[in-house]
Design a protein around this ligand. Structure first.
Ligand code: GAL
Length: 695
């Protein structure tokens, strides 16, 4: 019933809502707006004026309130207190700061979880999450949603017409953290409802899931439980796992869209709505969220997890973290921003190094270069108490002195104000870059299915995707990360890495794209399965044989400590993760061959020209990516003049500004042409340094 009501509400609002063009919320001439998180509820009221004034003085233009303040907004059930928040908004406005207002639903208050323990998320071990953390309420709980609706509606009525409030953030990093999936009875019911809607009859579900295998067949939807590897002997049914992941992502999206609908009942259309998702969280798919005006992301770059490039790389991070997110989130609706970025050391990492001097400013420029319309720093003041003690703020624990990273942020704020003066309307992407425009095609289904069936412990979908992304960026290719809803013809190059689930319509679209002049790159594992996750009743990946110029294939793996050999263009490369061993069709060219194992001489990379374009199938997956780099370089060189940037060096173009970034531990020379006007930095870039130029 709830779903039907939600659908009706959703349809009505879609019909009633004005067409919203996210671009119109931001002025191009502002380039990027800078803001910082502030928690009035965590500081004595007497300090708000001083703090917010200081924020404005340091060059910030907006602040961010409320995402964890439910217990302050509604201290007891049904008793709302917004007087404090009114005062905080007024104080911000009085010093010229705009406000992003948040719905506080990530932190249900103690009175709510105590009264309704049933709203808790339950882990796969059967443990109900307790009050004391955050993100512990189930999106599938009707009771929780009733309370959510009430607090969100109250906030919207209160601030929906306040001119200081520019936009809304729904929830905070919607997810259940630590990759927790919800196994509560609410989620179980919701999963069954989702399956019923999808399959209609239990017979159809039994057919698609292949439940004759191991006698899993169900008589009724009511018998179905969320697949849980902790309570099953033997491996779960892969189709049930895939459906459960799809269902969870739909549930998260429905939760966000539901809050959007509640907000839109009262807010002024000039206020935008977004939510900040975590790119690494595979339970959530921002592309499914239809309510927000645009999506934005949060990213933490130095926390002991990323080795980066060279000796100091662990303090600088690696460029694909911000790069991929910029190119993915911006591509969803054409507009995006970064809702959280660390201003320095964090407290929750594997270990918590100080970022390299300059790294915080480097990230800001990467965020700018990636087309974002705003960046918000997490957080303004270092907390004295609570779970994130030791987490740096822009200001240190004294509440007045900028921290190490804080000083870099202040410098960036100043520099952006300068750059705005050199902005000119109507800048066009230079031809050299236009020729290289690349899309990376993704679908979370592929990742979910391969996550569950990696087949080798060396398989990492994200490493595979990052490898191809980095190759495109080293060529200097402007890159969008897109889904199948996008227009393929805008891109001279499309890479569809490990696109495991496909159907005949997609394959026909690929063929059309190629005939019209596109260059399609497919990699190992592509089209092994249909969209239900079943293998084809055919030879492995046979539906793409005609497209890719293949007559037969099978795959192989090697032990971790062994390298197989592949030769391409007179050079030998090592592979070890995955090898699709290919028999080319007569119209394909063989570009690379395996040099050893019992299949020495068989094809590893084949290339087929078709119409005005081409398809290249790269069957070998290497650790170091050198083979893939050489293959893609051949393609890019046939299209124009690719760059050949060292790993860890980034060159981007935005609004007429070229931006060069050095994520490596060594000094690097940027390809800045003679006659270019350098606005910031120089062609010779020290580690974590930045240059901006016009040419
Ligand atoms: C984010 C989260 C913030 C804060 C931050 C600390 O993931 O959204 O609320 O906890 O981490 O680094």
């Amino acid at each position: 019933m709830r779903r039907i009501t939600a659908l009706v509400i959703c349809l009505c609002t879609t019909l009633l809502a004005p067409a919203r063009e996210p671009q119109s919320f931001f002025r191009d001439s502002d380039l990027i707006l800078c803001g910082s998180y502030y928690y009035p509820e965590q500081w004595p009221e007497e300090q708000w004026g001083r703090d917010l004034k200081r924020m404005a003085e340091l060059g910030f233009e907006f602040t961010h309130f409320g995402e964890f303040a439910w217990s302050a907004m509604e201290p007891e059930e049904g008793r709302f207190d917004f007087a404090w928040l009114d005062k905080a908004v007024e104080t911000a406005a009085s010093v010229g700061l705009k406000v992003i207002m948040c719905t506080p639903t990530a932190t249900p208050p103690a009175w709510l979880t105590h009264k309704h323990p049933d709203i808790a998320v339950v882990t796969d071990s059967g443990r109900a999450l307790e009050h004391g953390g955050r993100q512990h309420a189930s999106w599938s709980s009707d009771i929780y949603r009733t309370y959510v609706e009430r607090v969100v509606a109250a906030l919207a009525e209160r601030y929906g017409r306040n001119p200081a409030v520019i936009g809304w953030q729904i929830d905070n990093e919607p997810s259940h953290y630590s990759y927790t999936y919800d196994h509560s009875e609410n989620a179980q019911r919701s999963f069954r409802r989702w399956l019923r809607e999808k399959y209609g009859t239990i017979e159809e579900l039994n057919r698609v899931w292949g439940t004759s295998f191991w006698s899993l067949a169900y008589n009724d939807f009511e018998q179905i439980r969320i697949p849980n590897q902790k309570t099953l002997a033997g491996t779960a049914n892969p189709h049930s796992v895939l459906d459960y992941k799809r269902c969870t992502a739909d549930e998260a999206a429905a939760f966000i869209d539901f809050q959007c609908e509640v907000l839109r009942r009262s807010i002024d259309p000039s206020q935008w709505i977004t939510t900040n998702t975590m790119p690494g969280c595979s339970a959530v798919d921002p592309a499914r969220m239809q309510g927000p005006d645009f999506a934005c992301y949060t990213r933490y770059l130095v926390n002991g997890r990323y080795a980066g490039h060279g000796e100091q790389g662990f303090r600088i991070s690696k460029p694909e973290l911000l790069g991929w997110n910029n190119d993915y989130y911006r591509s969803l609706r054409g507009v995006s921003g970064v809702m959280e970025i660390q201003p320095g050391q964090v407290n929750w990492g594997k270990f918590n190094p100080q970022p390299y001097p300059g790294a915080v400013r480097l990230w800001m420029y990467h965020i700018f270069a990636g087309g974002n319309r705003f960046v918000c720093h997490y957080r303004f003041r270092q907390p004295l108490r609570g779970s994130e003690q030791y987490h740096y703020g822009t200001l240190s624990a004294d509440g007045v002195t900028p921290s190490l990273g804080g000083r870099e942020i202040v410098r960036f704020n100043r520099e952006i104000a300068e750059l705005r003066r050199s902005w000119r309307p109507g800048a066009k992407l230079p031809k050299r870059l236009r020729d290289l425009r690349t899309a990376i095609l993704v679908n979370p289904d592929n990742r979910w299915d391969m996550e569950f069936q990696p087949l080798t412990d060396q398989w990492s979908t994200s490493a595979h995707l990052d490898k191809y992304y980095n190759i495109a960026k080293r060529a200097g290719a402007p890159t969008d990360i897109i889904g199948e809803e996008h227009d393929f013809d805008r891109y001279p190059v499309i890479i569809a890495p490990a696109y495991e689930l496909a159907d005949s319509q997609l394959i026909a679209r690929w063929e059309r794209y190629v005939r019209r002049g596109g260059h399609l790159i497919l990699t190992c594992r592509t089209a092994q399965k249909d969209r239900t996750g079943a293998l084809w009743e055919a030879r492995p990946s046979e539906p793409i044989y005609a497209l890719a110029g293949i007559d037969d294939m099978w795959f192989d793996h090697l032990p971790r400590n062994r390298q197989g050999k592949v030769s391409f263009d007179g050079r030998t490369y090592g592979w070890n993760n995955w090898a699709d061993v290919l028999t080319p069709s007569p119209e394909a060219e063989v570009w690379a061959r395996y040099d050893d194992q019992f299949y020495a001489g068989k094809a590893a990379v084949v290339h087929r020209r078709a119409g005005r374009g081409s398809v290249t199938y790269i069957g070998a997956d290497t650790d170091d990516g050198r083979l893939e780099y050489a293959v893609l370089r051949r393609i890019y060189s046939s299209l124009g003049e690719p760059f050949d940037l060292p790993e860890g060096v980034v060159v981007e173009w935005r609004d007429g500004f070229w931006v060069g970034l050095n994520y490596t531990s060594d000094t690097q020379l940027l390809p800045i042409p003679d006659g270019a006007r350098i606005l910031i930095g120089s062609a010779e870039l020290a580690p974590a340094e930045v240059a901006v130029w016009r040419q």
